[in-house]
Design a binder for this molecule. Structure first.
Ligand code: SF4
Length: 339
């Protein structure tokens, strides 16, 4: 396993030839394992109710925003424009509220999404193994859960109240999701929240342990960077674009077959460049507010964070084709087991 010193060395090394060599190696490994394909997905925010207080998030319990939870009919209305743009993989998100978005609500959302989408992933509050089994039976095939930071002290500093304060329960979530039968699990850290090198090392170790214990799962990894919310800085992000590119490349070299996801938090030019280096999935045409696709006007929306790439799905597809990539909307389809 790579050492902390080595990660630090890579992050500190700004010599152009070394960064280019790192990028070339990451690009070669990516093409070898994934060809020229990029999976596309879109997020759908179901609810912004949250009982936790994380200092970096616009949905936190004390933030005075309009709280909304989509009804089944509203879910359908929000899903229609996403589906209409061609997207077939959906990531449904909520704030962390066991009370407002209980498992029955999430199961209903999964069943509704199942009419339109082939891949259904959730980024919601951590749950027990049995609940993941129930969600899988309802059509959910992927879970996204970021530890945010692996530094326990920093974790305690930024998670002020609510269930998310429980570091160990969150850490153990990928294991419970795997035990619950989830096909895809995405892990990650929130870059800029804590020291990058130790967080990266801890994430790599966590992922390696998961790969060893549950080799049948398809793993993904994401590196969201801290973003402003309605132009307000909650915490400073000190991970610049060059560091971000190096993190993607290093991760690709260490994990040749793990998917790397990229959200619309990043600017179009950077997203375009990262396509060549290690990214395998990206969101497109995204909105990070509940009701943002069809129910609310822009000035009524309270996003979880501000996006930087507001290109439509058609724009992203056109770009991918121009760059000689194949946009992938569906690479997995659930079949009912007759037995
Ligand atoms: S990060 Fe999640 S748990 Fe924390 S405030 Fe935001 S929605 Fe709530």
């Amino acid at each position: 396993m790579i050492t902390l010193n080595k990660i630090q060395e890579v992050l500190n090394d700004t010599r152009r030839e070394n960064v280019e060599e790192l990028a070339r190696e990451a690009a070669r490994i990516t093409r070898q394992n994934f060809g020229r394909t990029i999976g596309l997905y879109a997020p759908l925010y179901l609810s912004n109710y949250c009982s936790s207080h994380c200092t970096y998030c616009g949905f936190h319990a004390l933030n005075k925003i309009k709280r909304i939870k989509l009804t089944p009919d509203e879910m359908r209305r929000e899903m229609a424009p996403i589906h209409g743009q061609g997207i077939r993989n959906i990531l449904m998100l909520t704030g962390e509220s066991y009370k407002h978005t209980p498992i029955e609500y999430l199961k209903d959302a999964a069943r509704i999404a199942g009419d339109l989408f082939q891949g259904i992933a959730l980024e919601v509050h951590p749950m027990q193994t049995q609940e993941y089994k129930e969600l899988f039976a309802a059509g959910v095939d992927g879970i996204t859960v970021y530890q945010e930071t692996y530094d326990r002290r920093r974790y305690a500093d930024v998670h002020l109240s609510g269930y998310k304060k429980d570091y160990d329960f969150r850490y153990d979530t990928p294991r419970r999701a795997a035990e619950g039968g989830m096909r895809q699990i995405a892990m990650g850290i929130l870059l800029g929240l804590s020291e990058t090198a130790p967080d990266l090392l801890a994430l790599y170790e966590h992922l390696r342990n998961m790969e060893r214990s549950y080799p049948g799962v398809e793993y993904g990894i994401s590196f969201p960077r801290l973003r402003t919310i309605k132009e307000k800085e909650f915490v400073r992000c000190d991970v610049d674009d060059t560091a971000f590119i190096k993190i993607i490349c290093l991760t690709r070299i260490l994990f040749p077959r793990v998917g790397i996801n990229l959200s619309t938090r990043e600017a179009p030019q950077l997203r375009n460049n990262l396509l060549e280096l290690g990214i395998t999935r990206m969101s497109a045409g995204s909105n990070t507010a509940v009701g943002g696709y069809s129910l609310l006007d822009k000035d009524e929306q309270d996003p979880q964070f501000d996006i930087k790439d507001d290109r439509s799905v058609a724009d992203v597809v056109a770009l991918l084709k121009k760059r000689n990539f194949d946009p992938v909307f569906t690479d997995w389809r659930r079949i009912e087991n007759a037995a």
